[in-house]
Ligand binder design. Structure first.
Ligand code: G6P
Length: 609
């Protein structure tokens, strides 16, 4: 959600800013803009649309050469998607970009208006710029002005700020929003996330919340409120440059679907001892789960669906009552306090504000938190007592695929680990299941990817339809929930995932001749009941497609078009099914000409509640 970038150094800043914005664009793509500082003035170029539209505007403008600039790619929160609301915002001496939300903006907007200030945008960011300019006019000291304004602002922010009379300096500060700084060979950088920095530096630092950072020709300094300053302590980045590139694929989403076999292996790699799950490499004490009697899982979107599936596995295999909560609901309706509760927070980006808020609410109650996160050193990873990284590599497409895949894999590992500790499953079975996860599941994913053209025919069956249903029972329902979300996210077809047995209790009234229904069935024990549900909709004219275990195909052939999955165990069934549903969504979106990587209205990580 909103990407910010800044550079000051010895090179021309503009290509660095536009390249950085292209990388950060997945955080929001309603509008883009940059401000260049130089020759005693600030030049701002911004527009609605994508970074390529900004680049086009730059081409039509007199070339700007500068060694200091800031940039922004927006996901609108306050104010519509207009050129005026695009960042950067300038008030007097101050030009700034912002990721986050100023919660008391209304109050300050009214007060500044009474003082005679005329706002030119509807954004909360302009309020911050106006307050900062007012403070700077009085003090002419950026640090004093920034610290003064931070005292009166409420909300979340990462700001990058430049001042008209200090054109080689950038100031930055964060609160509950991501911000990283890095010293490159040719200058100093700041960005919302690592992907924009990896080309320039192999180390980075996450400044503490509320500490103002100054970047100039002398380097990067953490400037404290008491006037002292320190050099940042940098840490090595684990990210490879090439991992954030498309690498010959048409889209990042396709690339990331195809990367799932290796992502799955990377997620499990090193977390095994003598054929059994082992998290000692993550410094997770062996007895960490021993006093756990209840598990709460919090997450949003696809991560929540991974939790839904994980909760079923955990309860089935370990007997520990496990409940999945939508993160944005959790802290307003926390279940009664119970000793022995563990919270598992799941987030690909590690930044999602709703999940972070739920994590903090749990911590405030004394509930220990284990995080499952992909992006390294992000807020959720830092604030949890323990973190298990999914090691999926950078995920750029807004709709998650390999992120979700590895979250499911880790939840499965945790479930096997607990089953071993509690002796709820025989050790040999645990070893066998872990081997299925490590060896058979990646192969099952590749086998489905190789059948892409068949899945394209299934997508073709959705042509001309603007609503459909996904149905499943048990873990297939959890998979259907994710399949349905994937389709909605990228193809804009309205679909609803239903527990197959529940459809008849009302929603079946929406089935008309031709309504597409996609049914999942990988659980033998539920197959006959699924068949009844498929027949119920087929007899009312629905056009049913069944994705099922190959051994169950014959059951459904009379009522549906069947896509059989070669999967002989639970592990391969789940990962094969998730790949198939991702490819159905992908093919449907492509057939409709949708921008698969950057679906409308969405952002990869949502850092506001
Ligand atoms: C946003 C994205 C979703 C994603 C959700 C959770 O809403 O648009 O695709 O599933 O956030 O993201 P996280 O980074 O916490 O896994």
């Amino acid at each position: 959600m909103c990407g910010i970038i800044g550079y000051t150094g010895r090179q021309n800043a503009i290509p660095k800013i536009t390249a950085g914005l292209s990388v950060l664009e997945y955080r929001g793509y309603d509008s883009a803009g940059l401000a260049a500082a130089g020759n005693g003035r600030i030049t701002t170029i911004k527009c609605c649309g994508r970074v390529k539209d900004l680049e086009e505007k730059l081409r039509q403008t007199e070339e700007i050469i500068t060694t200091c600039a800031i940039g922004h790619t927006r996901w609108a929160t306050h104010g519509g998607v207009t050129d005026r609301n695009a960042h950067p915002h300038t008030v007097g001496y101050v030009t700034l970009v912002h990721n986050g939300i100023i919660e008391n903006e209304k109050e300050w907007r009214e007060r500044l208006t009474l003082d005679g200030y005329h706002f030119s945008s509807e954004t909360d960011t302009e309020v911050a710029a106006a307050l900062l300019n007012r403070a700077y006019q009085k003090t002419k000291d950026p640090l004093q002005a920034i610290y003064g304004v931070l005292e009166i602002l409420r909300g979340s922010y990462a700001f990058a700020m430049i001042f008209a009379d200090r054109t080689d300096e950038i100031y930055a500060v964060r609160q509950d929003s991501p911000l990283l700084i890095a010293q490159g060979e040719d200058g100093c950088y700041l960005a919302s996330d690592l992907t924009a920095l990896v080309s320039y530096a192999s180390t980075y630092c996450v400044p503490d919340e509320g500490v103002v950072v100054r970047l100039n020709q002398d380097g990067i300094f953490l400037c404290y409120k008491d006037g002292t300053q320190k050099e940042p302590i940098y840490q090595q980045s684990g990210m490879q440059h090439a991992a954030a590139e498309r690498g010959g694929y048409d889209t990042f989403m396709k690339k990331e679907i195809c990367e799932q076999p290796q992502a799955l292996r990377a997620a499990l790699n090193g977390r095994e001892a003598e054929g059994l799950p082992d998290f000692s490499i993550n410094a997770l004490p062996t007895d960490f789960f021993d006093n756990v009697h209840r598990i709460h899982i919090v997450a949003c979107g696809s991560a929540m669906h991974a939790g839904l599936l994980g909760a079923r596995l955990l309860e089935r295999d370990t007997g520990i009552p496990t409940t999945i909560f939508i993160a944005s609901e959790y802290r307003y309706h926390m279940p009664p306090k119970e000793e022995g509760t563990l919270l598992i927070a799941i987030s690909q980006s590690g930044e999602t504000a709703d999940t972070l808020a739920a994590l903090r609410a749990a911590k405030a109650r004394g509930i220990p938190v284990l995080a499952i996160v992909n992006a390294e050193n992000t807020a959720i990873a830092r604030e949890a007592a323990h973190v298990l990284y999914t090691h999926a590599g950078p995920e750029i497409a807004v709709a998650t695929t390999k992120g979700y895949c590895t979250q499911v894999a880790l939840l499965w590992m945790i479930s096997l680990f607990l089953s071993n500790r509690r002796k709820t499953i025989a050790q040999d079975t645990i070893k066998e299941r872990l081997a299925f996860l490590k060896e058979s599941a990646p192969k099952a994913i590749s086998a489905v990817i190789a059948r892409e053209s068949e899945l394209s025919h299934i997508a073709e069956r959705l042509d001309g339809h603007d609503r459909l249903f996904y149905i499943g029972r048990g873990r297939d329902y959890a998979l259907a929930a994710e399949g349905s979300l994937k389709l909605k996210e990228i193809s804009y077809v309205h679909s609803e995932a239903y527990a197959a047995g529940e459809l008849k209790h009302g929603t079946i009234s929406l089935i008309e001749p031709g309504t597409p229904v996609i049914a999942f069935c990988t659980e033998d024990a539920l197959a006959e009941k699924m068949l009844s549900n498929v027949r119920e909709v087929a007899s009312r004219g629905a056009s049913v497609t069944v994705l099922c275990k190959a051994s169950l195909s014959s059951l459904f052939l009379q009522s549906a078009v069947v896509f059989p999955l070669d999967c002989e165990n639970d592990e391969t069934a789940v990962f094969a099914m998730m790949t198939a549903m991702q490819l159905i969504a992908y093919e449907t979106a492509r057939r409709r000409g949708c921008d698969v990587d950057k679906p409308r209205n969405l952002a990869k990580s949502v850092t506001v509640e």
